[in-house]
Design a protein around this ligand. Sequence first.
Ligand code: NAP
Length: 239
Amino acid sequence: MDKDIEVLREDYRKMNKSCFILGASGETGKELLKEIVTSRLFSRVTLIGRRKLTLEDEAYKEVAQEVVDFEKLDEFSAAFQGHDVGFCCLGTTKAKAGQAGFIRVDHDYVLKSAELAKAGGCSHFNLESSKGADKSSSFLYLKVKGEVEAEVQELGFERYTIFRPAVLLCDRQESRPSEWFARKMLVPVSYMFPTAYSVPITTLVKAMVNNAVLPGDKKVELLENKAIHSLGKLGEAKK
Ligand SMILES: NC(=O)c1ccc[n+]([C@@H]2O[C@H](COP(=O)([O-])OP(=O)(O)OC[C@H]3O[C@@H](n4cnc5c(N)ncnc54)[C@H](OP(=O)(O)O)[C@@H]3O)[C@@H](O)[C@H]2O)c1
């Protein structure tokens, strides 16, 4: 497979596909944007978000931005028109937005965006969900993640990929004490069980991009943390 991934990337580039990213200002989204721009896999890249981002690097000069009001997404359906592939890295926390706010973003905004993307012609939708997502969970976070996974599936994308990463390893600027604590605790555990409880964000975004170029033989792909690690390392042996 390591040998093939470069060939697959080259073939993918020739297809001149376009993509959008939701949540490009977040930790995953910004790293994903970097990976997408560096890999030059897409002929057009559009960020859809609630604010315009300052992208000073020359590499981002072709990146388009659509600013939308997520509370009135129907009025912004044009932003979702004509993208072949969509990556959704939206999300908030209960601590930041409260319970209702968390459901609004992680469920309502995600589902509505997916609906508009489908109507706009998107054939491959990629959703960043979470390890343990389960619509029957008694934990709100996991339940909401599980519900939105299932409801997006019902939209019937030609190809739908769900990523279920464990704790994301990154240098987050925003203060999130519980996540910070979990990451610190996970350092020795990650050393012993590297693919079980955490994943570096750089590995996750490589997995997202590598997976996109693989011929998707399943309509719905569910990628757990271990699979994300494997996909994220494709092609590394050659470097
Ligand atoms: N953190 C972890 O360890 C972890 C583990 C597994 C799964 N996940 C999931 O992975 C996804 C991405 O996580 P992340 O840590 O990369 O996210 P993040 O850094 O918190 O970024 C979240 C993105 O969502 C946008 N967003 C948040 N609230 C919004 C609102 N009210 N309206 C519009 N946009 C809003 C943010 O935009 P602004 O910049 O404008 O706020 C940002 O672009 C989330 O769904 C999360 O639940 C996280």
